[in-house]
Design a protein around this ligand. Structure first.
Ligand SMILES: Cc1ncc(COP(=O)(O)O)c(C=O)c1O
Length: 495
């Protein structure tokens, strides 16, 4: 057997024996069933310890290159060659064909949905992106968070790295329950399920409460990332038009008179995308409609902590005597989206059902991040951070609205949010997504096309802008450029 050993190589001797024999087998120099020399003989021939050869043979057996029978020689075994990485390799399987039809549709949306812009549109280097709805990382309280990370790792090390409770870290749940009292929601930690962001909360609720062919009512427009998972679930989406003061409740009532609906999904504060906040009477009326029809409300309070102008009505959940409201929250919008910590609070029976589904989907959310977040909240860092955030965004929103007032043409209308990040702008013309991105790119600004937010995803004359990630200077410049683009568009609409 042609095996060479290099005593000066950094590669261990047993590994050299393994690689040498693997090569002989892969190249066909050693055929199937060919016996290998006894370990003593090969060791002598190579001038190595017998234990080196014994270890090499054992590993080759584990890798499937050799088989051994008691009292007999090791023999070469037939085995497929290991496949080397090749980025051009394709699969025998047609994944599109064998995927289920719902996931095929979801994948098509995923490929088409580009939150920024199509690849073929060139964008100026100094373009300002006023489309993103995640908090400006320049405002992250990094020092304080770092302190909590160190504290947790120093004090609860291994414990924080174990699987956590299915509902989430109990002290964090209790703290969230305490914080909810600030919004007049009275619940216990037992009625809270920690989720991987509000997104997972929505996904779990769709799966617990609805099924293929069933109907779910949502505001139209609504949060864009909810539409694909609703479609994936096989549910039929009933879009309830948004008016200036929130979803059209007469329309909802007429739908509920005709149809059995699994739940009504609503975002009462700083709605994504419109920025609309509903009034207290609107909230009461929505609750009454749903009580009459015995339909649960999923209230998405994703930006509950972003009430920087004050004077925002309390959540629907705070007046929910009959426990039909399921309330969602998240730390993504006012803290770190990368933490992936959100929660659901609802009637205990509903929470337990969502917990069961979460348990069998992903066991539990990350324990370490929950413990660190609990430390962060407990030290009062979050409240200090919110105070700063409110100061910053009060100013940013005022600057945004004033700049729009100054430079948008008369034909354009927009919402005036009382908190949060998004503003909904109605242009004088309907543009398809590609036209819109191309047109805005010429003016060095990126916006989010309105069609993403409508359940039917048709072209629309709306765009969503967001002040979450840009400072006052960027807001002034970005919105002025958008104003220039809209003035040009208005001329076009009058021709
Ligand atoms: C209305 C709304 N709900 C839920 C989410 C999901 O947030 P999370 O990061 O907590 O999953 C978002 C994210 O943008 C949102 O806009």
């Amino acid at each position: 057997m042609l095996l060479k050993i290099d005593r000066f190589s950094p590669k261990p001797l047993y590994q050299q024996v393994i690689d040498g024999i693997k090569n002989l087998v892969d190249q066909g120099t050693m055929g199937v069933d060919q016996p290998l020399p006894a370990t003593r003989i090969l060791a002598k021939k190579l001038g190595v310890n017998r234990s080196t050869v014994v270890r090499a043979y054992e590993e080759l057996q584990a890798l499937g290159y050799l088989k051994s029978r008691p009292g007999s020689y090791n023999r070469v075994q037939k085995r497929r060659k290991e496949v080397e990485y090749d980025p051009a390799r394709t699969s025998l399987l047609d994944w599109d064909k064998i995927s289920n039809s719902q996931s095929r549709k979801l994948y098509k949306i995923f490929l088409r949905y580009s939150p920024e812009r199509p690849q073929d549109i060139k964008i100026r280097e100094d373009a300002i992106n006023i489309s993103q709805l995640d908090l400006d990382p320049r405002l992250y309280p990094m020092k304080e968070f770092q302190r909590c990370v160190n504290h947790v790792l120093n004090n609860s090390g291994p414990d924080s790295l174990q699987y956590g409770a299915h509902k989430g870290y109990p002290p964090l749940r209790q703290l969230i329950a305490r914080r909810l009292r600030l919004h007049s929601i009275s619940v216990s930690g037992e009625e809270i399920l920690i989720t991987n962001g509000a997104q997972q909360a929505i996904d779990l609720l769709i799966r617990v409460l609805s099924g293929p062919g069933e109907k779910i009512a949502v505001e139209s427009p609504t949060y864009a990332n909810v539409i694909p998972i609703l479609q994936f679930s096989g549910a039929k989406i009933l879009g309830i038009p948004m008016r200036k003061d929130g979803m059209d409740l007469n329309f909802l009532e007429s739908v509920l008179n005709r149809e059995r609906v699994s739940f009504v999904y609503t975002i009462p504060n700083f709605q994504n995308p419109t920025g609309i906040t509903t009034s207290h009477p609107h909230r009461e009326k929505l609750l009454n409609v749903c009580l009459r029809h015995k339909v649960p409300i999923v209230e998405d309070g994703f930006e509950e902590d972003m009430k920087y102008f004050g004077k925002v009505p309390l959540p629907i959940k705070s007046i929910d005597e009959k426990n039909i409201v399921i309330y969602l929250g998240t730390f993504s919008k006012a803290l770190f989206p990368g933490l992936r910590i959100g929660w659901i609070t609802a009637d205990k029976d509903c929470i337990n059902r969502a917990t069961a589904l979460k348990r069998f989907s992903d066991l539990t959310s990350g324990n370490l991040s929950q413990i660190i977040l609990h430390e962060f909240l407990n030290r009062g860092y979050y409240d200090l951070h919110l105070k700063r955030l409110h100061r910053v965004f009060r100013k940013r929103m005022q600057v945004a609205l004033q700049t729009m007032e100054n430079c948008f043409p008369d034909a354009v209308t927009w919402t005036r949010p009382s908190g949060g990040y998004t503003i909904w702008v109605k242009m004088p013309l309907k543009l398809d997504e590609h036209q819109l991105h191309g047109f805005m790119a010429r003016y060095g600004v990126v916006v989010s096309p309105g069609r993403y937010y409508f359940p039917n995803r048709l072209s629309s004359e709306y765009i969503r802008i967001s002040i979450a990630r840009i400072d006052e200077k960027e807001i002034r410049e970005g919105i002025s450029r958008l104003g220039e683009a809209l003035r040009e568009l208005s001329k076009g609409s009058q021709r």
